[in-house]
Design a binder for this molecule. Structure first.
Ligand SMILES: *[C@@H]1O[C@H](CO)[C@@H](O)[C@H](O)[C@H]1NC(C)=O
Ligand SMILES: *[C@@H]1O[C@H](CO)[C@@H](O)[C@H](O)[C@H]1NC(C)=O
Length: 338
């Protein structure tokens, strides 16, 4: 018997997990305690063993992947971030709220590249963070509201471009108030439907006046607290990474849907992300492209996520660019006009 004192825990939660994964490694006790303190984890007693087993399985995966990455087998590294105690299935279920609602499809206008702009004129790298277009990394919590964060991200950028003021905008406003446009709060939504809401509503409140709660609530929009307005939105030609590059270079940060359903994405740490299992059509996560560039030999899109700063490169990821629309990054790209 491994832990006589934890017999009830063993029976309650760990039985299946232990049978599948084998006993936990006692030599990792200190590291486990450090993980829990670092990320403020307070588990129910009957939950802890299960979390530990998942965490150890992820740790083993991260170590193996990184040994291979050091040898040049992969172009990116993984890390034990605050989501390292969740299984892939569970994580996708709670975090990835990009939902295509077939009964309600809002069409934005079609983005046309200004005729004087040629691909050969574009800079080899762009990073809108350096120009003041991008607010700090936010954290959606365990709520499928990624679509709201992607929406505020591109609107914050266009508002800055027009007014010279960077105003953080309210995701909770979108979560609570854009049901009519087809969004479903923490159960998911789409950026274009959220753009539609901001247009119809004639504005969106500031983050400060309408703070994020990571749960569904009643609409508390107040006209007096509007932080930005929007007149229309534009779709980038579906699936065309060249058009996406033209849009990012000439417009600013662009909202995109991606396939983020893989463990490699959940535990991404650094380098240029390349996932051969990624789909270009089954999109489940909304994020923000804030630039692009070349890292060594690898072209990448610079992407802002909404999973806090423990994830990725302080909340950002470099995703493979010109790699046959990997993870569908150019499949549903759009932005607001203000
Ligand atoms: C799609 O949107 C319609 C209209 O807002 C809503 O009634 C329906 O429940 C939504 N369907 C899904 C699957 O979210
Ligand atoms: C992608 O967009 C570029 C620039 O607008 C265009 O020249 C090219 O033909 C497009 N590619 C496809 C496959 O449509």
């Amino acid at each position: 018997m491994l832990f006589p004192q934890m017999f009830s825990v063993f029976v309650l939660a760990g039985l299946v997990a232990l049978t599948v994964a084998g006993p936990i490694k006692l030599e990792l006790n200190n590291e486990w305690e450090l993980f829990k303190t670092t990320y403020n984890k307070n588990y129910l007693q009957e939950e802890e063993l299960l979390r530990r087993v998942i965490w150890e399985r992820n740790l083993q995966h991260v170590q193996q992947h990184n040994i291979e990455a050091d040898r040049g087998v992969h172009t990116f590294w993984l890390g034990m971030n605050e989501y390292a105690d969740m299984s892939s299935e569970e994580f996708v279920r709670s975090m990835n709220g990009y939902r295509v609602n077939a009964t309600k499809t809002f069409q934005c206008g079609k983005f046309m590249t200004p005729s004087h702009v040629k691909l050969s004129d574009l800079p080899t790298s762009v990073d809108w963070r350096n120009e003041g277009y991008v607010t700090g990394i936010k954290n959606q919590g365990q709520c499928g509201s990624c679509w709201a964060f992607s929406t505020t991200g591109s609107l914050e950028g266009q508002h800055f471009k027009k007014t010279g003021k960077l105003v953080s905008l309210s995701e909770q406003n979108l979560v609570d108030c854009s049901k009519k446009e087809g969004n479903d709060g923490c159960q998911g939504g789409l950026m274009n439907q959220a753009f539609d809401y901001v247009i119809q509503n004639k504005g969106i409140d500031t983050e400060e006046s309408y703070p994020y709660k990571a749960k569904d609530g009643v609409c508390k929009f107040k006209k007096a607290n509007i932080g930005a307005t929007e007149v229309s939105c534009m779709d980038v030609e579906h699936g065309n990474e060249t058009d996406l590059q033209l849009a990012v270079a000439t417009v600013g940060p662009i909202s995109v849907g991606i396939d983020a359903s893989h463990l490699s994405f959940q535990l991404y740490k650094s380098g240029v992300y390349f996932e051969s299992a990624c789909s270009s059509v089954n999109l489940d996560h909304g994020v923000l492209v804030v630039g692009y560039g070349i890292n060594g030999c690898d072209d990448y899109w610079l992407v802002k996520n909404s999973w806090g700063t423990s994830w990725g490169m302080q909340g950002y990821i470099m995703m493979a660019r010109s790699a046959s629309n990997m993870c569908g990054i150019a499949t549903q790209a759009s932005f607001p006009t203000v």
